[in-house]
Design a protein around this ligand. Structure first.
Ligand code: PGA
Length: 245
């Protein structure tokens, strides 16, 4: 049985005080059946860590640099994230791929860096609108998975399927569209690793998830939770998504 995960990606939103308030407002949730992780901007990690320390909410980072330390101005490394209490890190979010030219070879290095510092990677994959319209969705997803996971042994990891056309657009994939890709991802992982390992890996859906559409998405057998952007910035909607039955 895979524990449901709800992840809140705050992206480049919230000042320090806004981050603190948002984190504090979430700590009212108790006895969670669901694993909840939030991904604030780097500068708020320490403050948010303090705010959530007596709650069941966990902390994650939005990206990391693959080197441990050195002359990489502006970058943040695995040991730094570990030292501030991050248990998870997003790798290869489509915004990182698109605006920061992160390719699969680089993402492979980032996944290795996360694993070597005992931070669980959440690898994001997803097709563009043009790729979906050309019926190449499954090929694109397979290439993203196999190239980013090349020579990486099975370990505790999470995959997030986020169709690029659904991110921040209000256009959510239908539960059937999402389930088709999630099942395909699990099949690909089963070939790359083995079936038992693939059954353990949680696959989250992301892209315009709201409390309105989460119930029908979570009914699907291979949808193990959500990576939530916009709706994670509102306490009410994020808590409602967490409490989806
Ligand atoms: P969204 O973002 O929920 O605002 O569409 C999801 C994501 O980018 O992780």
């Amino acid at each position: 049985m895979r524990t449901r995960m709800i992840a809140g990606n705050w992206k480049m939103n919230t000042t320090l005080s806004e981050a603190k308030n948002l984190a504090q407002s979430l700590t009212t949730i108790s006895s969670l059946q669901t694993e909840v992780v939030i991904f604030p901007p780097f500068i708020s990690l320490e403050t948010v860590r303090t705010s959530i320390q007596n709650s069941q909410i966990k902390l994650g980072a939005q990206t990391l640099h693959h080197e441990e330390k050195g002359a990489y101005t502006g970058e943040i490394s695995g040991p730094m994230l570990k030292s501030v209490g991050c248990e998870y890190v997003l790798i290869g979010h489509s915004e990182r791929r698109q605006y920061f030219n992160e390719d699969n070879a680089l993402l492979n290095k980032k996944i290795r860096a996360a694993i070597s510092h005992q931070i669980i990677p959440i690898l994001c994959v997803g097709e563009s609108l043009a790729e979906r319209e050309n019926n190449t969705t499954l090929d694109v997803i397979k290439t993203q998975l196999l190239e980013t996971l090349t020579d990486i042994p099975y370990t505790n990891m999470i995959i997030a399927y986020e169709p690029v056309w659904a991110i921040g657009t209000g256009k959510v994939a239908t539960p059937e569209q999402a389930q088709e890709v999630h099942a395909f991802i699990r099949g690909t992982l089963s070939e790359h690793y083995d079936q038992i390992s693939a059954e353990k890996i949680r696959i989250l859906y992301g892209g315009s998830v709201t409390p309105q559409n989460s119930p029908s998405l979570f009914e699907k057998p291979d949808i193990d939770g959500a990576l939530v952007g916009g709706a994670s910035l509102s306490t009410e909607s994020f808590i409602n998504i967490i409490q989806t039955h």
